[in-house]
Design a protein around this ligand. Structure first.
Ligand SMILES: *Cc1c(COP(=O)(O)O)cnc(C)c1O
Length: 381
């Protein structure tokens, strides 16, 4: 047993899956027992129940449970009419999956720079969409749990007839000027990867859409492209949300999401009050965003990220980086010469070089929150 100082205390974790399990296990086990005993494990009542709960919570008419967030984006793009060779305007700063989904269905990613918050710069997007009328799709990401400006997204959709698919993997429940993310696009894609705000005990995802036809195509695509048993109208995927995950999500996790989000927002408020006048900069929140704080991103001075992270580690505080490399700089795209870049990506690159994510899950105690703040402000730079 270590005795004194920081080392005796448990490290503040970036995510605490065990704490989540402790909070839900009796109910989760009950849900699992119900599924096991039903003898029905794929595309049954549990998935339907969860889809309808998710759709009514979110306020989008149709929800289609799928295997993961990557597939949710691919299925949303294909169901909304993307064909091989179509260009998709998107952000260089996101999970690689955002762009991978585009490439997997034969689309061509087009990158523009981010704004100061690290989200797709919608002013630049507007300029590129006006200049290149061949770009029919827009795939914005509500990154870090922040909401992009939905009024501007609506304008881009209306002015140019652009098909908007919103990547809401990090932003379930976020609002822009009171309006829920995911409600402007032809469809929204969400992930239930364990680290996400609504994190399952494994992989999962969903497509949400107000359009019944798009919903029907998404259902077909997730299930081998079958329109009915053994009738294949499309070349689909095998990407179904399991009954087991749906039961746990619907019974146990979704009902807790609002209070978990409130706790994240409370922690963000404390961080924003407590972290100031030091060598670490808090990334600004987009105007009008009521964020759900999937992550709490800060910036280290250029070239000092590793030093900051190792100081945090010494203080017993975990951290992450989202994301260290811009998507168009990834070897998988560069090697094949995939994608177009419009303009410089200076802001995105600066964030990729400097960003550090602080722990912000709902199971942090007040004492842990204070420890994180103390660790950040005590860093000598
Ligand atoms: C996690 C994530 C994805 C991919 O979701 P998976 O379920 O891991 O496939 C896509 N986009 C963003 C912004 C993400 O954070």
């Amino acid at each position: 047993m270590r005795e004194k100082g920081v080392e005796a205390r448990r490290a503040v974790l970036l995510n605490d899956f065990v704490a989540q399990w402790r909070a839900v296990s009796p109910e989760a086990l009950e849900a699992m027992d119900r599924v096991g005993g039903s003898g029905w494990y794929i595309l049954g009542r549990e998935v339907e129940r969860f889809e309808s709960a998710l759709s009514s919570t979110w306020g989008i008419e149709h929800a289609i449970g799928v295997g993961n967030g990557l597939d949710a984006i691919e299925i949303a793009l294909r169901a909304s009419g993307l064909h091989a060779g179509d260009k998709v305007l998107t952000t260089p700063l996101s999970a690689f999956a955002t762009t991978l989904a585009v490439v997997r269905c034969g689309g061509v990613p087009v990158f523009v720079d981010t704004d100061r918050s690290g989200l797709l710069d919608l002013g630049l997007a507007r300029a590129v969409l006006s200049r290149d009328r061949g770009i029919r799709f827009l795939l914005p990401v509500h990154l870090y749990g922040h909401a992009l400006d939905l009024q501007t997204l609506r304008e881009l959709r209306n002015e140019h007839g652009t098909v908007v698919i919103e990547d809401c993997a990090q932003a379930i429940g976020a609002r822009s000027h009171g309006c829920a993310v995911g409600t402007v696009g032809a469809a929204a894609a969400v992930s239930f990867y364990p680290t996400k705000n609504l994190g399952a005990l494994g992989d999962g995802g969903a497509v949400l859409t107000p359009d019944p036809q798009l919903a029907g195509r998404a259902r077909t695509l997730r299930h081998y492209g079958q329109s009915s048993t053994y009738v294949h109208d499309e070349l689909g995927l095998n990407s179904r949300l399991d009954e087991l995950h749906a039961a746990v999500l619907g019974d146990v996790l979704l009902p807790r999401l609002a209070s978990w989000t409130a706790r994240r927002a409370e922690i963000a408020r404390r961080y924003r009050e407590g972290i100031g006048g030091c060598h670490v900069e808090v990334l600004p929140v987009p105007e009008g965003s009521d964020s759900v704080w999937h992550l709490f991103p800060v910036l280290a001075p250029q070239g000092r990220r590793d030093a900051l992270r190792s100081h945090l580690r010494d203080e017993g505080v975990g951290s992450g980086v989202h994301y260290p490399t811009l998507i168009p700089d990834q070897e998988a795209l560069r090697r094949e010469g995939i994608g177009e870049i419009h303009g410089e990506l200076d802001r995105a690159r600066s964030i990729a070089d400097r960003e550090v994510s602080l722990p912000i899950h709902p199971f942090l105690t007040d004492e842990e929150v204070e420890r994180v703040i103390g660790a950040v402000v005590s860093w000598k730079g």
